[in-house]
Each structure stands twice: as C-alpha cells, then as structure tokens.
Design a protein around this ligand. Sequence first.
Ligand code: CO
Length: 208
Amino acid sequence: MKTLKYLFDRNLAWANAIKEENPGFFEALSKQQDPEYLWIGCSDSRVPANQIVNLPPGEVFVHRNIANVVVHTDLNCLSVIQFAVEVIKVKHIIVCGHYGCGGIKAAMENHEHGLIDNWLRHIKDVVRFNAEKLEGLEFDDRHDLLCELNVIEQVANVCNTTTVQRAWKNGAELSVHGWIYSIRNGIIKDLDMCITSNEQLTKKKVQE
Ligand code: CO
C-alpha cells in the first residue's frame, strides 16, 4: 500500500483506454501544448477543471488554490498568468469559483484556522468591499453571494495584473471571464463578467 498501487493501476487503465480510442494521442500531445484557456479555480477536490468542462489533457492550463484567489504579490499565480498569456498565448482566462466553497465559508467565520487565516484575509477584504450587498442576508445566502462576489473581485485582479495590462496594450485578443460552478448539480453559471479591455473593466466597476 506504500506505493499506492491502486492509483498506478488506475493510471495504466486510463492511458490504455485513451490509446485504444486514439493511438497517436500521447505522441501528438508530447510534442506541444496549445491550450486556449487558463483556468483559475479552487483546490476543492469536487471542482476538477478539465472534467467539469469535459476537455481532454492539453486543452486547459490550470492554476488552483484555496478559494480561487488572485493576489498581486503571489508569484506562483502571477507566473502562471504570465506564462499562459505570453508563452502559450491563451485567448481566455477563466476564474471559476464554486458555491459551497469551504475557503469562503471559513473567511466568514471568526474562528482561528491557523496559517490559512492569512490567505483568507483576502476574502475578508472582499467582504469589506461589498459590505452593503451582503448585509442582512441569511448565512447560506450570504455564503452563496460571497462566492460570486469573490469571483468578480478576482476577475478584476486578473485584469489588473501587469501581464494582462501589457497584453491588452499590445492589442492581444484576451478575455477574462467570471464563472461559478454548483457542486450540487455540476452546472457552471456565467456571472456575466467577461472583460476584454480596460474600458470594459472601468465600465463594470462603474455599473456595480
Ligand atoms: Co472552494
């Protein structure tokens, strides 16, 4: 059991099934990756990027962290965005949150959770920015709405990264999208937050 044989067996069966259907699949993919999408999502095991949009390996470049947060000093996330935009030249960056997010819930509570409280601080900021919208709601409704508001905030953060700003300045075709996934029914909802330029970003902020 030390070697997790179960997982190696599953891997072999998976690779064989793909090769049976498409014998050249791995060979073609080993030469290059050319995904059109960068997915920024939650680490939650119930929200696997490729599976929920039903795309095979090679189609989605992925970054995941707790509560799909984009922080301007997070070298990990910023490096993923830079590589995806400037080297892979993805056309779309999707920030996909999910209802029932444990990270968001933890940020709504006042218990101590240890180191992670420093990460959740960013979500507490989202609560502060949107205090009026969240006021007076029952806990579950507030939780759902905060999951959505967090996505919208993180879309704005993606748009404001130096990488995306530079790409737009250079005329790149690059859209940033805000989506939310329901772990209750497996369906993704578009949060009507599709930004393709600074003008649109400013307009969205004014409308809010
Ligand atoms: Co989550």
